[in-house]
Design a protein around this ligand. Sequence first.
Ligand code: SF4
Ligand code: SF4
Length: 210
Amino acid sequence: MDEKIGKLTAIYETIEQQVDQLQKKTCVSCIANCGACCKRFEPYISVLEAVPLAKYLRDNPQKHELYKKNVKRNKEKWYACPFYDDEKHCTVYPIRPLICRLFGFSANRDRYNKVTFSTCSKIEQEMPEKVKVARALTRRGLDVPIYQDIAQQIQEIDFDMATDYHPFSRSVQIAVDNYDSIMSGEFNTTKTSGNFSELLRRKIRTGDFL
Ligand code: SF4
Ligand code: SF4
C-alpha cells in the first residue's frame, strides 16, 4: 500500500505544479479568506484518497479527537468539512483529496476531446477577465489538470479503492476502521461499496464516464 500512496502523492504533486503555473500565467486565484467550498457542502471522495487522511488521524490522536467532535457536530447541523478550521482553514492541506485540489483550478475533457477550463462560481464572478484568459490559454494547450485524465490515473493505482466513493467523512471512517487491512493489502471494497460506487464503475467500464 505504501507504493500506492506514493503514486497518489506523485499525482497530487503534479497537480500542485500545474495549478501553480496556471495561477502564475493567468492570476486566477482563490478569493482571500473565502473557504466557501470547505464550508458549504460535503464532497464525495474515494476510499483511496482517504487513506493519507486516516494515517494522519492515527498519527495525531489529539487531531483525531477534534475530527470526531467535528463529525458529530456536522451530524447535528452541517458546519464545515471536519478538517476545516475557521482561522487556519484547511488543516490537512498537503494531503487534501482530489476534489479539493481541482475545485476552481482544473479543466474538463468532453467526449469530443475538447478541453475547457472550469472554475468555481466565486472565482467566475470575482475575476471574469482572468477566467477568460485561463479559458483561452487552456484552449491553446496550457498544461492544466484535466479531471477525467487524473481520475483515470488514480483508478490505475487501485481501481476498487479509487472507485469506492462516499461522502467525505464516511470515506475517512472506512479508511480509519480498515487501516490495517488496507495497509496489508487485504482490504476488500465489497463490504463498503454502495450503489453510487457500483454505478460509477459501470459507467467507467462502458465508457460512459464523461
Ligand atoms: S475554490 Fe472558490 S469557493 Fe473554494 S475557497 Fe477558492 S474561491 Fe472560495
Ligand atoms: S480537506 Fe481541506 S480543502 Fe478539502 S474540504 Fe476539507 S478543509 Fe477544505
